[in-house]
Design a protein around this ligand. Structure first.
Ligand SMILES: [Zn+2]
Length: 144
């Protein structure tokens, strides 16, 4: 979470746009590679309360655990912390005229969602990692 990738820095898992486009279905490509946001309350993991680990749908890196997921009622899966500090990278996003902090996969720099702070959810970090379901896969099992 301490390094900020630039537009041109190369992630550990590097593929060209053409490769990503060939591998990912269009809906996944538009979120993961173009930063789109899925519609709220539609994602398959928003109300998933099963125990397990969420990984990047583009590259398979483990990102979040069920133990840090909480019910934010915002319409997207929400976590108060990533699986590990180096699982994700955060970068400032000023699209749409708002200053938001974008969350990307540390391994392949695919777009996951945004992180918001100070909303008063009463979680240990007071952070809300608001993540698109379509950016992740879920593997049921022990979360640690
Ligand atoms: Zn990834």
């Amino acid at each position: 979470m301490t390094s900020f990738p630039t537009e041109h820095s190369e992630p550990p898992v590097f593929k060209t746009d053409d490769q990503w486009r060939a591998e990912l279905p269009p809906a996944e490509y538009s979120v993961l590679r173009e930063g789109a946001t899925e519609a709220p309350y539609r994602g398959e993991f928003t109300d998933n309360h099963r125990q397990g680990v969420y990984s990047c749908r583009a590259c398979g890196a483990e990102l979040f655990r069920s133990t840090e997921k909480f019910d934010s009622h915002c319409g997207w899966p929400s976590f108060f912390s990533p699986l590990a500090g180096d699982s994700v990278l955060e970068r400032v996003d000023t699209a749409l005229g708002m200053r938001r902090v974008e969350v990307v996969c540390a391994s392949c720099h695919s777009h996951l969602g945004h992180v918001f702070s100070g909303e008063g959810y009463g979680t240990p970090t007071d952070l809300r990692y608001c993540i698109n379901s379509i950016s992740m896969r879920f593997d049921e099992g022990a979360a640690d």
